[in-house]
Design a protein around this ligand. Structure first.
Ligand code: SF4
Ligand code: SF4
Ligand code: SF4
Length: 302
């Protein structure tokens, strides 16, 4: 029997997104990920633990947060991550500057669905819906199972964006509930994949084939990073893999950007931020030309 959970850990909900699939969509970012991509723009997603986020540039030094903390921490000055902080959010409530926030909070399926339901008309008229993202959303398959059931009842279209690193057997009942799946392929060389993400690529490539076999339309998303995977050899191998195993999938290249740095600072883990080079338009077009030469269709949502 498939397991269900009426609560889950949500990083954030992004309304009116036009980059995560067809039409106007709400993207539900679920916490937790087993990879540690060196270019990750969402490091708050790595664990499901609630954590205090501090945006130093917004702080005016009023110290209201310090008076609100029940365990006498000084949120605007303390070292973070801080094991003593319970992420209770009392300091967030009093900060008028929105300099504090809690990342990764527990939400009930009913509250989340109620919020989504309000936008059902936008979804219907734009051909949109919801897109699950993360983190790796399938790690919270018990929560997704409940949400997908409700969205199905309400006639709300569901897409998912996955890194592919999950146990397929645990989630296979969910796959047909999506009308489209974005799956990331980051590198075709497993050793390099491991160096850059902490895990080899075998499970991801196997899951790509298993998802494809279900017949749900797929887009392969490739985070493109000059120092990592934009060389012709890797692009050719990726194209060959898609052509052989996922012949009707289209692809989208997602050029690396350094905007995630602000998140590392706000979480107090700036030392973990690794800068890479953003590809030029010419480099991206060159990679697209290689995919086109294999007859692979290009799509751009971002
Ligand atoms: S309450 Fe907000 S603005 Fe005031 S000191 Fe704390 S973090 Fe800064
Ligand atoms: S989240 Fe709670 S425990 Fe943590 S600093 Fe703020 S008030 Fe204190
Ligand atoms: S798979 Fe996505 S969320 Fe997970 S570490 Fe990589 S970039 Fe970050």
């Amino acid at each position: 029997m498939e397991e269900c959970s009426n609560t889950g850990i949500v990083i954030q909900m992004q309304d009116y997104s036009i980059h995560d699939g067809d039409g106007v969509r709400t993207t539900i970012f679920l916490a937790g990920c087993k990879l540690r991509c060196q270019w990750c723009a969402n490091p708050e997603s790595w664990t499901t633990k609630s954590k205090l986020v501090f945006y130093r540039h917004k702080c005016i030094g009023c110290m209201k947060c310090a008076t609100a903390c029940p365990i006498d921490l000084i949120p605007c000055k303390m070292e973070r991550p801080n094991d003593t902080c319970t992420a209770c959010g009392k300091c967030v409530e009093v900060c008028t500057q929105k300099a504090l926030d809690i990342a990764c909070t527990e939400k009930s399926a009913s509250a989340l669905v109620k919020k989504i339901e309000r936008d059902a008309l936008f979804f219907r008229y734009s051909g949109g819906g919801v897109t699950f993202s993360g983190g790796e959303p399938f790690l919270q398959h018990k929560f997704m199972r409940v949400l997908l059931g409700k969205f199905e009842e309400l006639g709300i279209d569901s897409w998912v964006e996955t890194c592919g690193h999950f146990d397929f057997e645990t989630v296979q009942d969910l796959i047909p509930k999506f009308s489209h799946i974005f799956l990331d392929i980051k590198h075709m060389d497993s050793e390099k994949h491991k160096n850059f993400t902490g895990c080899g690529n075998e499970l991801i490539l196997e899951n790509a084939k298993k998802i494809y076999a279900t017949g749900v339309p797929m887009t392969i998303r490739i985070p493109t990073i000059v120092e990592v995977n934009l060389d012709d050899e890797n692009i050719e191998k990726t194209a060959q893999f898609i052509l052989k195993n996922l012949p009707t999938a289209n692809i989208e290249l997602l050029p690396y950007h350094a905007l995630g740095k602000a998140k590392y600072i706000s979480l107090g883990i700036e030392d973990k931020f690794i800068p890479f080079t953003t590809p030029t338009a010419a480099q991206i077009n060159h990679a697209y030309d290689i995919f086109k030469s294999y007859g692979i269709e290009i799509i751009e949502y971002r």
